[in-house]
Design a protein around this ligand. Sequence first.
Ligand code: HEC
Length: 205
Amino acid sequence: MFRKTFRKSPSALVAGLVSTGMAFCLISATSSAQDAGFEPSVDDFSCIRDMEPVRGFFVTNLLGDIEATLEVANSEIGGTYPTGSLIQLVPTEAMIKREPGYNPQTNDWEFFELDVSNGETHIRVRGSDEVVNQFGGNCLECHARAEPQWDMVCEQDHGCDPLPLTPAMLSAIQKTDPRCEATELTEEEAQALQFLAAIRAASEN
Ligand code: HEC
């Protein structure tokens, strides 16, 4: 491989060596983080919109390998998300890919139910099969229904039961994450929020 690169140009060889070196660094950084035990904390969460947008949801990688996370997220045939992947659709729910062996039942995902209401993140519940969302639904029960190639990521067409939220509701919820700077809502998003508030008020009475 190097000989081939060298015939092309010396600068290609340098680029090749640099990227190979970088790959080694990434691999050793990832494995030492895994050896040390990767324990996500409340400080790993912040404004949802600071993560990378992928279709309707957001991703990042807490161990730094965002490219590997994006590769799976953007793959048309699915794949297994790398350790450190953090995925969120709404500010109050998250999935983090833990170290291999964390929990075979969840494909090593840890589920989180968060409270962000005062502009800071608090972890309400975290874990594998016991975490339920604000509608009383068990995260794993729904997400485990995704076809196997999607690694428990549901989106709209991977085989999970749907969420009771329209695209306008979802984008309005993402735009009003209280940990982010304020941003404009469209008319449709503003109406979607009013509708959600009315549903919440009705269910509390
Ligand atoms: C009723 C089934 C159901 C329950 C319960 C549920 N989810 Fe989901 N979740 C979905 C569906 C369906 C989507 C995709 C919605 C969309 O893209 O419009 C989704 C999306 C997500 C996403 C974005 C990635 C993806 O899978 O598309 C995350 C992260 C997530 N949910 C985490 C959680 C967590 C954490 C819990 C528990 C606190 C939870 N979910 C409970 C069905 C569910």
